[in-house]
Design a protein around this ligand. Sequence first.
Ligand code: VGL
Ligand code: ZN
Length: 198
Amino acid sequence: MTHALLVIDVQNDFCPGGALAVTDGDAIVPGINALMADFPAVILTQDWHPAGHSSFASSHPGRSGMDLIDMPYGPQVLWPDHCIQGSLGGQFHPNLTIDRADLIIRKGFNPAIDSYSAFFENDHKTPTGLEGYLRTRGITDLTLVGLATDFCVNYSAVDAAKLGFAVTVREDLCRAIDFDGSLAAARQGMRDAGVTLT
Ligand code: VGL
Ligand code: ZN
């Protein structure tokens, strides 16, 4: 059994002052850095969108942030422009210990499909390659931390559990966007998928 720490999207745009700021998003950084010492493998994800990404409200005239639209792959929340490739907002929080990362996996780079999950784009079909990486390294267990609890952590945790990994989410080292009941729904969905919330 090999246990990896998966750190989801601890990037400037999800922290206070960022384009899609999560309340207290930066408060989890010291705890995540400390937790890295307990794991033989540390993997970071980075939300990484091209300018004009289809998940941005600005790409849909007449729409505003947090509107829900129908995409060919299903419903999609429209977000403010965030985590644009090469931007300061897309960089990791400056205090996050990125040197410990064995792998940094980027997602959301396909202009036509968003990717909340570290495993599959939002069509639930297109793989990011992370599953193969974990399996070929013999990693069986995953602990997830990061941003945001109800979107990218949630989707990543549920996909990981469905793929057969033993998954724990450290809720104390996550923070949520929490709009329209999204946090309660995410917690229920993770529990239903067999994710351990601690
Ligand atoms: C995220 C919304 C859009 C996240 C990423 O990291 O939870 N949320 N892109
Ligand atoms: Zn995004």
